[in-house]
Write a protein that binds this ligand. Structure first.
Ligand SMILES: Cc1cc2nc3c(=O)[nH]c(=O)nc-3n(C[C@H](O)[C@H](O)[C@H](O)COP(=O)(O)OP(=O)(O)OC[C@H]3O[C@@H](n4cnc5c(N)ncnc54)[C@H](O)[C@@H]3O)c2cc1C
Length: 500
């Protein structure tokens, strides 16, 4: 065992050590306790004030399969049925098909089947543990003909969103006897007789050793590491703004590779969105998810040349928002402006109302384009006017479905929700790329054991959450990150407990 640098200051031995204190880690730890592990320790690199990872920055929305209202009522017993509310349904088949669609069939089918098939049971498991869910009213619903209609397979979020999620799961973990230590950064996995049996850590700057029977890595991807972003995602990605925690710097991946763990999934891919142009380098918990700007389906987006570069209406926003950050990074000077008129302004998410949002407003399109900093104003005006001329006025606008209200004859047509931009005042919001999390990760088997380069499990080593590769490629259906962390965290905890 390589103890050279680590003092044996934690002489206690744990059954299971979980690295990270985000959603995947907390679910893994709870599941390990459920399955008989007596001594479970969570170690977290951040201080208590900054703990909870990206999970704490989330909207708390969870994607899961459900067949009818009764399925939702099991999760929220107080939920009332009404003719005025249509919660719809989202069968397993639809969730699976969405994963195939957005990843262009690249997702690992075994992992996706597990994600989809376990999703309902897992949300029920969480609610039984005491996590409270509420309908995502407004953000995932529109009123159509007097009925509030939920759309896009995303119906529930955790009460009080990411803050509520981490606060509740942390309290539940503590009640279940799980110990949590903050400001303890995992540095090295320790092997004995070919099994992971400990972990070397930096505790407030001091090197220490923790002994255990198994380690579950749930310490995020490498989105907050600008060097790794440049290396794996490519040129320009060092400049992306980080939407979540600054602590996900790829440590778990690096540690696992020292033991020949296999690299898996889309290492040059990530979840990235339109994000406030003047947002900070790393996000802050005050504004958190509200730096994103994802109501673009109701308008158009122009780059510095004054040209459109995506089909803003390609699909419901849940199925396009996570890939458009990649598109903006390819544009000249890596920024864009989203353009809206007064007709759709009330439909924009409340993230557009944040005081610090980069925005301009004008009473005419001529004046608006002059205010778009860094943009070719003449070209921008001509793009908007051509777009207006090409709008199909025969189809009725319906934001709850792909309405087919499109444009015709443009280089890049808008496939749905193409309304003319013609009612003043006009609004524009400056955006750039905000990275959410990286898609490349470790290869795991059906017990969430980490596999090595020869596809053999590394005994005693498990992974969950953002660290698992092979699930998301190219794109991502909103709300699946938390579900993935919970599903694979629960499995990892179950099998890690068996080694105790
Ligand atoms: C702004 C924003 C909004 C989002 N909204 C949603 C949403 O509504 N729904 C959804 O499904 N997904 C959402 N996501 C994606 C979601 O956050 C992630 O998919 C999910 O939270 C990842 O969980 P995790 O437990 O794997 O990682 P994290 O929650 O990031 O946890 C990883 C933890 O590991 C810690 N850590 C890192 N290195 C070490 C180390 N060496 N030692 C110890 N600890 C370490 C970190 O400090 C962190 O606490 C959002 C993401 C962001 C950034």
């Amino acid at each position: 065992m390589n103890l050279k640098f680590y003092k044996k200051s934690y002489m206690e031995k744990y059954d299971v050590v979980v690295v990270g204190s985000g959603n995947a880690a907390l679910c893994a730890a709870l599941s390990a306790r459920d399955n008989g592990a007596k001594k479970v320790l969570i170690i977290e690199k951040a201080s208590k004030k900054e703990a909870g990872g990206n999970s704490r920055y989330t909207n708390g929305s969870y994607r899961f399969a459900y067949n009818n209202f009764s399925d939702l009522k099991k999760i929220i017993p107080k939920l009332k049925q009404s003719k005025k509310i249509d919660y719809g349904k989202y069968p397993k088949r639809s969730f699976y098909d969405d994963m195939i669609k957005v990843t262009k069939n690249k997702t690992d089918k075994k992992l996706t089947k597990t994600l989809v098939n376990d999703s309902h049971e897992v949300i029920y498991w969480l609610s039984k543990k005491g996590l409270k869910f509420v309908p995502i009213k407004g953000k995932q619903s529109f009123v159509v003909n007097g009925v509030t209609k939920y759309w896009g397979g995303l119906t529930l979020e955790v009460k009080n969103q990411g803050e509520g999620l981490i606060k509740s799961l942390t309290n539940i973990a503590k009640k279940n006897g799980i110990k949590i230590k903050y400001e303890v950064a995992a540095k090295k996995l320790i092997k004995k007789n070919n099994e992971i049996k400990g972990i070397g850590v930096l505790h407030k700057g001091k090197k220490e050793l923790i002994l255990c029977n198994s380690v579950i890595l749930a310490c995020g991807g490498f989105e907050a590491n600008s060097k790794m972003r440049s290396k794996y995602l490519g040129n320009g990605w060092d400049k992306a703004k980080v939407r979540g925690t600054k602590h996900n710097t790829g440590d778990g991946l690096t540690m696992a590779f020292e033991h020949n763990a296999a690299r898996y999934g889309e290492w040059n891919g990530c979840h990235a969105v339109f994000h406030d142009l003047n947002g900070p380098k790393f996000s802050d918990l005050k504004i958190a998810a509200k730096y994103r700007k994802i109501s673009y389906p109701w308008g158009i987006v122009l780059n510095a040349n004054g040209e459109r570069f995506v089909d803003e209406g390609e699909d419901l926003r849940n199925y396009t928002y996570a890939k458009f950050g990649r598109e903006v990074i390819k544009q000249p000077k890596q920024f864009a402006w989203q353009i809206f008129d007064q007709k759709v302004r009330p439909m924009l998410y409340n993230e557009y109302d944040v005081k610090s949002a980069t925005k301009v407003k004008a009473n005419s399109l001529e004046d608006l384009v002059k205010k778009l900093k860094g943009v070719n104003a003449n070209k921008a005006l001509s793009t908007i006017l051509k777009y207006n001329q090409s709008v199909n006025t025969k189809v009725k606008f319906d934001p709850t479905i792909k309405d087919g209200k499109n444009t015709k004859g443009l280089k890049i047509n808008k496939s749905n929700w193409a309304n003319k931009i013609d009612k003043s005042p006009f609004y524009a919001f400056g955006v750039t790329c905000g990275i959410t999390f990286t898609f490349g990760g470790l290869k795991i088997n059906n017990k969430c054991e980490v596999l090595d380069n020869k596809e053999k499990p590394i005994k005693g080593l498990y992974a969950a959450g953002e660290m698992v590769g092979g699930i998301f490629y190219l794109n991502y259906p909103g709300g699946s990150g938390l579900m993935s962390g919970s599903v694979f965290g629960r499995i990892a905890g179950k099998y890690a407990a068996k080694l105790s």
